[in-house]
Design a binder for this molecule. Sequence first.
Ligand SMILES: *[C@@H]1O[C@H](CO)[C@@H](O)[C@H](O)[C@H]1NC(C)=O
Ligand SMILES: *[C@@H]1O[C@H](CO)[C@@H](O)[C@H](O)[C@H]1NC(C)=O
Length: 295
Amino acid sequence: MRFSSRIIIILACIGTMSLFCWWLHAGPSLPLQAPGDPLKTNFTFTVDTFLHVQQLRKKKLRSFCRSHTEFQEFLSQDNLQQVILHMMVNTKLEFVYCWVPALGMDSWEQLLHTLAESRHLTMRKPVNSISVPLSALPVNYLRDFNATSIAMILRSYTKVLFIKDPFQRLVTAYMQRFAGEITFNDFIQMILRTKSREVDVLWKPLVSLCWPCLVNYDYILKYGFLGQEVHHLMGRLGMPTDLVPEFADAQFKWTDSWLGKQLASELSSEQKKQLHKAFLWDFAAFGFPDSQLQN
Ligand SMILES: *[C@@H]1O[C@H](CO)[C@@H](O)[C@H](O)[C@H]1NC(C)=O
Ligand SMILES: *[C@@H]1O[C@H](CO)[C@@H](O)[C@H](O)[C@H]1NC(C)=O
């Protein structure tokens, strides 16, 4: 079959799947299932479950950081600019987060924007909160602040990290940028051949994109559960939860996983092994037990 016709078939299937997902989404009381995820057993996703999952994720990350001395250096003037390169700040809501492409963070940023505009918002501030001068823009790059402010922000703001299975990130990058030009297999060969995975933010490992061993993130939110997790996060911080929008990741979970399976089947087990090795840090730091690269 010619490649272009295969792409058409894939896109047609995605369309069908999306409809199916929409139907599932709109349907009554759907239990969300994600094998291997702590949230899978019962999707009465309470705030206790949320906090428990946060503890598990942070524990796993801490253990990764302890056993990888290359990430144990301290945040210093020398590495600061690189570490905070992708970090964004909302000074009004006192949030810092690492911006990862293709992770469905548009809804998150939209939410922060809406909240920041909301006049009746009262923040529940941490006891030792230090105030940093509010900037004119609600969202900025952390790197645009001076060193004193950066240190204060990293100490006192709520720091959020968003994570996504490396293979799903590759699939998204492929669909957005390369599908129709090269096969998925060629794309993967390109990633494996070049050093570009350390350069391109689309698939650079999160461990060296967001530096979770150097930045002490307060919350780790996972793609696939963003709506529920952001809902609980806002509740914890005393912010209105009725403004939390739909996050597309839950809606596309089945499409993503179906497409991931199709594309993974185009790879040899050797390629999968090499990919797993290339993203070993992210797997070690965050798990992703249901990734196509884990079996
Ligand atoms: C899921 O939670 C509900 C409400 O807390 C409970 O009634 C039900 O038994 C639980 N189901 C499972 C499979 O744990
Ligand atoms: C850093 O920026 C803040 C706010 O703009 C300012 O008040 C402070 O003086 C600056 N500090 C230095 C060392 O430039």
